[in-house]
Design a protein around this ligand. Structure first.
Ligand code: HEC
Ligand code: HEC
Length: 238
């Protein structure tokens, strides 16, 4: 048992230090890639092929996990996905788990455009994780006053400004990202948002995230009950 976790740790350290050597922290490069990928015409059929590698972690449906370790990416706005991928691989947003799968020799800007369109078209899960339900009224007040102007009245996001859609996201993922943004761990964060949320108490964070996690996407974005992604029929048998 001890030996096993030691090896695990060694691999982790090795992995992390390799990333540090290989990748430059370069927000400018991310911005340039974002512009390139945004202008390309996406090929959704090819996006499906590219998504095969992502499905290992994100699952064929892209629905994420209630634990919040994986976000729901299905139905996210295409421009937001492109921006996050560009930021992750420029190390402008830390994601050591995913970084090897987002490298330039694996994903070209065209493939980023393709896979982002594929993910944006995936129907969303109806069963995302919620919070304790205790402060929903307070959560709505905070949301309407502080967040709606950027993320939209129903947290549906804004495509032109790559403002993320937040509705239907797992509560625990939202809380984690929010704290990372507040504490400066997500370097790609919106500066105005970072400043605005410094004064939030933990109760405020729970309240507003719980409220957001319960905002439902419109019917046409939701998957039918018990839907499984038919593009990857044999995925679970491997
Ligand atoms: C080894 C596992 C793994 C693989 C493979 C992987 N991802 Fe991820 N991805 C993650 C994790 C973990 C996160 C959440 C990171 C965090 O908490 O910040 C994530 C986050 C994301 C996000 C950000 C979502 C948001 O709401 O901001 C996008 C977009 C994404 N992944 C797309 C992809 C695409 C496209 C691929 C395939 C090219 C891929 N991922 C492959 C593990 C993976
Ligand atoms: C000034 C505009 C602005 C305001 C106000 C704002 N946000 Fe954001 N928010 C953004 C942008 C832009 C991003 C994406 C940043 C990036 O590229 O990583 C973001 C990202 C997020 C994320 C991470 C999403 C993901 O998928 O990883 C969460 C959660 C979030 N905002 C919640 C909130 C909440 C809650 C409020 C109100 C208390 C709020 N935001 C107010 C602009 C804003």
């Amino acid at each position: 048992m001890i030996t096993r976790s030691f090896f695990g740790l060694a691999i982790l350290i090795l992995g992390v230090s390799t990333f540090n050597i290989t990748y430059a922290d370069d927000p400018k490069k991310a911005a340039a890639e974002l512009e390139t990928a945004l202008e390309l015409t996406p090929n959704v059929e090819n996006g499906k092929q590219v998504y095969r590698a992502c499905a290992v972690c994100h699952q064929p449906e892209g629905w994420g996990s209630i634990s919040g370790y994986y976000p729901q990416i299905a139905g996210q706005i295409r421009t937001v996905i492109i921006k996050q991928l560009a930021d992750i691989r420029a190390r402008n947003r830390d994601n050591p788990t995913m970084l090897p799968f987002a490298k330039l020799d694996i994903l070209t800007p065209q493939e980023i455009a393709d896979v982002s369109a594929y993910i944006a078209n995936l129907p969303m899960s109806r069963r995302n994780g919620h919070g304790p339900g205790s402060y929903l009224k307070h959560g709505k007040q905070i949301y309407d006053k502080n967040c709606a102007e950027c993320h939209g009245d129903n947290a549906e996001g804004v495509a032109e400004d790559h403002m993320p859609l937040l509705q239907g996201q797992h509560y625990l993922y939202l809380v984690r990202q929010f704290k990372w943004i507040r504490d400066g761990r997500r370097r790609n964060a919106d500066k105005k948002m970072v400043k605005q949320i410094q004064r939030f108490s933990n109760r405020d964070v729970i309240a507003v995230m719980d409220y957001i996690s319960r905002l439902q996407p419109p019917q046409e974005k939701l998957a039918p009950p018990d839907w499984r992604n038919p593009d990857f029929p044999r995925f679970r048998s491997h």
